[in-house]
Design a protein around this ligand. Structure first.
Ligand code: GLA
Length: 380
């Protein structure tokens, strides 16, 4: 259970920094292929309360746990297997290696991004921890630099070979906007989320996940295999540059599995552009159809959904108020995002919860979240 942070407790610290969880509207498993993604930062976030303590130790507390973990700032590389604290040690180790100052401090970590929800609690923790260290050391906040070092921590310290989407969204999100982020160049376009009389609804399938990291790394490996084979014959530098005709022309070079993975990447990249256009012109039916197509591709071609996410998306898609629904995030568990007519919202929610329970036995959970800013820093 999470304990609310009282005014009194907060006032014992010097800074309050936050970084966001994220929902990805569309563009799944294409960030590490140099594609464009379309995520948005959420009001579900991680908050770090921090104060310098004049030692070379970092004492970390959580609002959800009764433990204090102490990290030595000269041994940050040594906490890879530490149950609580490895994300914090990892992000600060990466930040230190990048040449930035680290000081001893006390931190209170308060995460409202549900763990395992597929909404990037880990990115929120990594990014807000580095932001807290910046505040304590008077280092100017460079959101993109922080995102890149947080990603490095996730890849090299935690061992998930992730793309840049989560950490970027967590650091650089803007209230009310989705980010059309080109992961090859890190150029971003902020697109106001204007869904008219429709609402984006996030539902967690609540399936306890296992083996997520190894399956994620396996998928990434398959796209790397596709690139290795296709690069010499097509001249592409990343898989997102591939077009449908070229993929079909060279299909015989790829194993059936690697072909399916590449086909998902090519199609999903097209869908992202179409979805951003649909959002800009307020065409919600078109956006909804693209969400459905994305889910089908992640289920049939990329095979990262599983029985629960398929059942949850199907339950959503079968309700008349729903224009489209798809899994969001890495998959193998986690959440869906659905586009729903606002006047049918209550009926939609009741329908999804009961249909999903019937299909899987799990009780799904619906989250209330707004589209919020990425990093925030406040002096207390
Ligand atoms: C996880 C990773 C991201 C991205 C998504 C899938 O959330 O951290 O980099 O690859 O999966 O789109």
């Amino acid at each position: 259970m999470r304990k609310e942070v009282s005014q009194k407790t907060a006032s014992e610290y010097e800074y309050k920094t936050t970084a966001a969880g994220r929902v990805n509207i569309i563009g799944e498993h294409v960030d590490y292929c140099g594609g464009k993604v379309f995520p948005a930062a959420l009001s579900l976030k991680n908050t770090v309360y921090a104060r310098k303590n004049g030692t070379d130790k970092i004492n970390v507390k959580w609002t959800t746990l009764d433990v204090t973990v102490t990290l030595d700032i000269n041994k940050l590389d040594e906490y890879r297997t530490l149950d609580y604290g490895n994300y914090i040690a990892g992000s600060l180790a990466a930040w230190k290696r990048a040449g930035y100052p680290i000081v001893g401090c006390d931190m209170l970590q308060d995460c409202t991004v549900p763990f395992g929800s597929g909404l990037s609690s880990s990115a929120a923790i990594e990014v807000s921890t580095i932001a807290a260290m910046c505040a304590l050391t008077n280092t100017p906040i460079d959101n993109v630099k922080i995102a890149l070092e947080a990603q490095r921590a996730e890849r090299e310290y935690i061992g998930v070979n992730c793309g840049i989407m989560d950490q970027y969204a967590s650091a650089c999100g803007k209230r009310g906007c989705a980010m059309l982020l080109d992961c090859a160049t890190l150029r971003v376009e902020y697109v106001p989320i204007d869904t008219g009389d429709h609402t984006l609804v996030i539902v967690d399938c609540k399936k306890p996940h296992s083996l997520v990291e190894s399956k994620y790394n396996e998928r990434r490996g398959e796209t790397e295999t596709a690139l290795e084979i296709l690069k010499p014959v097509t001249g592409i530098n990343n898989l997102a540059e591939l077009d449908e005709a070229t993929l079909e022309k060279h299909k015989a070079l790829l194993s059936p599995t690697v072909y399916k993975r590449a086909k998902h990447v090519v199609d999903e990249c097209l869908r992202v552009s179409k979805a951003a256009d649909a959002m800009k012109r307020g065409d919600m039916p078109a956006l909804g159809r693209l969400l459905n197509e994305s889910h089908r591709s992640l289920s049939e071609l990329y095979e990262v959904t599983g029985k629960e996410l398929d059942a949850l998306a199907a339950a959503a898609q079968s309700h008349p108020a729903c224009l489209g629904s798809r899994m969001t995030g890495g998959g193998f568990g986690g959440s869906t995002v659905s586009l729903v007519k606002t006047d049918g919202l209550d009926a939609f929610k009741a329908h999804v919860l009961s249909e999903y329970k019937k299909a899987t036995g799990y009780a799904a959970e619906i989250y209330q979240a707004a589209i919020a800013d990425g990093i925030t820093v406040e002096e207390i």
